[in-house]
Design a protein around this ligand. Structure first.
Ligand code: ATP
Length: 281
């Protein structure tokens, strides 16, 4: 299946996202292009996809490695009906949508059972709070969510997603931290069906979230696949690092971390990163 706009449009089954698709063989960053499109009046659900990015970005100015021909890089433009202060929660919905699609794909392609029916070979997949999808403890997907308030007071949100799908060599500094689906799955995973699955999963959660304006109904599902849950974490807070046990998210998507002495901190993703005690997870 050729990776192009026509095939992407044909394959997407989502109801309101991806009716308008802009595809680039190469671009600086799909998030930047989504900002340009939004500024020019592009509507809710517009999807920007690229085969490679020359300036792929992560949080706080970090880079996202974006070689050509093997990975998914896309940005979804949303003009949400929820209040602005709820928009940051959307990033968790997208992490869950990616997790679900990746997990299903790995189960379908790699599952093999022993005589007792126990699964032997599915690589463990989960979410590292708030929005990294990890496989075997390494990062397979990064998400960068940005919000912009427009001159008339309306706002839009861009959710940018990068997923390592195909075989690739990571630069040495990422070798311990990054992985791709091809590293754990012998069969080739096609990018367009994976993208279609992710958007379908996202829409399923998005509608409920817009009605509820909180994550109450979503919270337990998310917590079930949170790799940090009930594990020791190190909270890298610019005001001071501390350790504790991650309990899961609350209805606003903040991470609850229990410190010694039973105090529970509420961690907001903004300026804070969370790491495992011995490594990335
Ligand atoms: P945080 O927990 O604060 O989000 P992070 O290091 O995971 O920290 P992100 O902004 O999510 O930060 O992602 C950017 C980081 O991801 C880069 O600094 C780099 O370490 C790593 N990275 C860059 N490209 C890739 C890639 N293709 N696959 C996996 N990891 C990558």
């Amino acid at each position: 299946m050729i990776y192009c706009e026509e095939n992407i449009v044909k394959e997407l089954q989502a109801k309101c996202t991806g009716h308008s698709v802009i595809f680039y063989e190469s671009t600086d960053s799909t998030n930047l292009q989504a900002h340009h499109a939004a500024g020019a009046g592009a509507g809710h659900g517009t999807l920007i996809v690229a085969d490679m990015q020359t300036e792929g970005r992560g949080r706080r100015g970090r880079e996202w490695e974006s070689p050509a021909g093997c990975n998914l890089y896309f940005s979804l433009l949303l003009r949400p009906t929820v209040a602005k202060d709820k928009a940051s929660m959307l990033t968790l919905l997208m992490a869950y949508a990616v997790y679900k699609a990746v997990d299903m794909c790995l189960k379908e392609e790699t599952s093999s059972k022993d005589a007792s029916g126990a699964d032997l070979s599915v690589a463990p997949c989960g979410i590292k709070w708030p929005n990294d999808v990890v496989v075997n403890g390494k990062k397979v997907c990064g998400i960068l969510t940005e919000m912009q308030i427009e001159g008339n007071g309306d706002y839009y949100v861009i959710i940018g997603v990068g997923i390592n799908v195909g075989k690739q060599e990571f630069p040495p500094e990422l070798a311990d931290k990054a992985t791709s689906l091809a590293d754990v799955c012998p069969k080739e995973i096609l990018r367009i069906p994976l993208l279609a699955d992710i958007l379908k999963n996202f829409e399923e959660e998005y509608e409920g979230f817009c009605r509820a304006q909180n994550l109450e109904a979503f919270r337990e599902k998310y917590n079930q696949c949170l790799v940090n849950r009930n594990r020791q974490v190190c909270v890298l807070d610019p005001k001071g690092e501390y350790r504790g046990t991650a309990l899961g998210i609350n209805d606003s998507g903040e991470l609850l971390v229990e410190r010694e002495g039973d105090t529970v901190e509420t961690v907001y993703a903004g300026e804070v990163s969370v790491r495992g005690i011995y490594g990335y997870v």
